[in-house]
Unconditional design. Structure first.
Length: 327
């Protein structure tokens, strides 16, 4: 396998979710359960394809690694056929976002140990891509100025959300026009009174978009989830030998789960955050958030009407939360 001696920009796309939270809605729409990243909710491109299009200015497909569940490999390959050079890595089982992030990072590490990396969930909607991409590129450029070498993207909040994670910002990093801050603390799904206070003090929604050097991300993993980091260190040295799938399966059978947000980011010191302003960012990870996006976007009125009709006809089960969100 080719190994580069210089660092370049790489994208990592997290698309290994198996769709449990949205199963009722996707079953109603498609007749079978489908992880939301593979669904075309706007009637055109799927959320995974929209993510690939959005992040193309950051790094091209040939420097993009997408992690998926083994269960949906054929579907992912079909949807990503229009992105030549993209590397698709299958995950044997879901062990949380710790292994879910380290697996694609191990593949980047094998090809470009000095890489600069941007990590993206695949269940987000962004109405205006340009300010989003600008924030990603600012995050990559400012990461070296942060103590940890890692920068998060925080969406400018426009309501007191109690169903999202928040980032409380600290002092500004760099020059006055840098638009980057130290991360003071994380607050996950606060009560309404706290969310109102966070909104009033300019705190940001945590998008879970992460930028930084591969070395810095790996260092955080070694420090906070060491057993998983050691396993992926060993695995990265085996990539290219031809038995990667067997090695992954064996490694996952022996590995403990880990949550990258809770066990790494929320306990790390020296992280930075860059605000994402005027991008129209939405997290569509739950029925409530999906309907929030649909209600806010006039062009999505047909899909909103279709979903509301399906729910009224009782075409989906276990959708109490979705019914409430759609009201």
């Amino acid at each position: 396998m080719e190994r580069r001696s210089h660092g370049q920009g790489w994208n990592v796309v997290l698309a290994a979710g198996e769709g449990s939270r949205m199963a009722a809605l996707t079953r109603a729409l498609y007749g079978h359960e489908l992880p939301k990243q593979f669904a075309a909710l706007d009637g055109q491109k799927t959320m995974l394809q929209a993510t690939m299009d959005r992040i193309a200015p950051v790094a091209p497909p040939e420097r993009t690694v997408v992690v998926i569940s083994e269960l949906y490999e054929s579907m992912a390959r079909a949807q990503l056929a229009g992105y030549p050079g993209v590397e698709i890595v299958t995950q044997p089982m879901n062990l949380g976002t710790g292994p879910g992030i380290l697996l694609p990072l191990a593949h980047v590490k094998a090809r470009d140990p000095k890489a600069q990396v941007a990590i993206f969930p695949s269940d987000h909607h962004v109405r205006r891509a340009e300010p989003f991409v600008d924030a990603v590129q600012r995050g990559l450029s400012i990461s070296g100025a942060s103590e940890a070498g890692v920068t998060l993207l925080g969406a400018a909040a426009d309501r007191a959300a109690v169903d999202l994670g928040w980032i409380v910002t600290g002092e500004r990093l760099g020059a006055e026009d840098s638009r980057a801050y130290r991360v003071h603390r994380f607050i996950e799904k606060p009560p309404e009174a706290m969310a109102t206070l966070l909104l009033g003090t300019g705190s940001l929604w945590n998008t879970f978009v992460i930028t930084g050097s591969l070395a810095s991300l790996w260092d955080l993993a070694r420090r906070h989830i060491p057993s998983q980091a050691r396993a992926f260190d060993k695995y990265s040295r085996q990539i290219g030998r031809g038995d990667e799938q067997y090695q992954r399966s064996r490694m996952y059978r022996e590995m403990l789960p880990a949550d990258f947000s809770r066990e790494v980011l929320q306990v790390a010191h020296g992280l930075a955050v860059v605000p994402v302003i005027d991008s129209g960012w939405f997290d569509c990870g739950t029925p409530e958030r999906l309907f929030e996006w649909l209600r806010a976007a006039p062009e999505m009125a047909p899909m909103l009407a279709k979903l509301q009709g399906v729910l009224r006809r009782g075409g989906a089960q276990r959708v109490d939360a979705a019914r409430h969100a759609a009201a």
